[in-house]
Design a protein around this ligand. Structure first.
Ligand code: SF4
Length: 345
């Protein structure tokens, strides 16, 4: 047995170690990594068949109170025109996405608690009037606020941890505390949300061992969803000169997450489609089972760029739905009309 085969067998047997994960993450070529991709694709097929769930995103506000070093809409960036979609605009976008086949609305924004009242109303109306599942991706809040949102009808909450390396987390997030972020994730789970988290691959100073630690943290947290994105620089941030990550390390991380969390929902993220034209197809082929088309009205998209060269900025409103069907097909899969509740319960 080769070292790769032995390590893969260890993962299958539940013997998952930092050394094993670091070894697999360090494999330098796609050719050598192929047995891992084959296995992650197989595991994905076993649990999801050829189904791809669709979650439409509405980026409803780009106001943010924080200054994460990698983020194009962080509060220090004065070049961004700030916007908040009105309640009517949010509801119209949700209604349109439902017509296009997405039964889940992801409401995403910078950390903008001053707009929570409007978001709460939007959650109620989307839940009651449109009968859609709702994911919130709006950052850290107090437990009482999470409770209000779930009472209003929210189903899922996406809060990426980005890295579990204490020093790296502190350097990148001047306003945040890693332990508090972890606490938020536990609170969200306890309240009954389907919890999503995730990391960025290729952060400055991030070691392969640190990514292995992130994966071990995911095993403990057992989230319903994990989103992985490559680091992509934004010209108006302190990390403007850091090199963008290739798709390969991002795909390796995704494949390993599929192996350690076989039933979690794993999106083929927009950032993967930005770093490689067929990045989302590649992700769907090796283990992703979710795709997230953008339903933010066209006039706002240019102002919601977390990194440079983000794709789908100038797309006509609604065109993303057709595009995601084509992406799934190119990966040998099909979009299903479903709320796509987590199997990871
Ligand atoms: S990553 Fe999120 S919290 Fe941090 S600056 Fe960007 S929008 Fe704000």
């Amino acid at each position: 047995m080769t070292g790769i085969e032995k390590t893969l067998k260890g993962i299958k047997d539940g013997n998952i170690t930092k050394d094993g994960l670091t070894f697999l993450l360090s494999i330098p070529t796609r050719e050598e990594f192929k047995p891992v991709f084959d296995e992650s694709a197989l595991v994905c097929r076993r649990h999801f068949g050829d189904k791809v769930y669709i979650r439409g995103i509405i980026e409803f506000s780009n106001y943010c109170r924080k200054s994460c070093l990698y983020c194009g809409i962080n509060k220090a960036n004065r070049k961004v025109g700030r916007y908040r979609m009105t309640l009517e605009e949010i509801l119209e976008a949700a209604s349109y996405m439902k017509k296009c086949g997405s039964l889940t609305a992801v409401l995403q924004s910078g950390e903008d608690p001053g707009y929570d009242k409007v978001v709460l109303e939007a959650v109620k109306r989307i839940h009651e009037d449109l009968n859609m599942a709702i994911t919130l991706s709006i950052g850290e809040r107090e437990p009482a606020v999470y409770r209000e949102f779930i009472k209003a009808g929210a189903d899922r909450y996406l809060l990426r941890i980005e890295t579990t390396d204490h020093d790296l987390f502190r350097r990148l997030h001047p306003d945040d505390d890693l332990e508090y972020r972890k606490k938020c994730l536990i609170t969200l789970k306890k309240l009954g949300y389907e919890v999503g988290t995730g990391i960025m691959v290729g952060l400055p100073g991030q070691s392969v061992g640190a990514i292995a630690d992130d994966l071990l943290y995911f095993i403990k947290l057992n989230p319903a969803m994990v989103g992985i994105g490559p680091f992509l620089a934004h010209q108006d941030t302190p990390l403007r000169n850091h090199k963008n990550t290739d798709i390969f390390p991002t795909l390796k991380t995704l494949a390993l997450i599929r192996l350690i969390l076989p039933k979690s929902n794993l999106p083929a993220t927009t950032a993967m489609g930005t770093i490689a034209p067929d990045g989302r197809q590649q992700a769907l082929k090796i283990g992703a089972n979710v795709i997230m088309p953008n339903f933010t009205p066209s006039k706002y998209r240019e102002s919601y760029k977390l990194y440079d060269n983000k794709i789908c900025i100038s797309e006509e409103y609604g065109k993303c739905a057709g595009c995601t069907t084509a992406i799934a097909k190119a990966a040998g899969k099909r979009i299903v009309k479903s709320k796509g509740y987590s199997k990871n319960t």
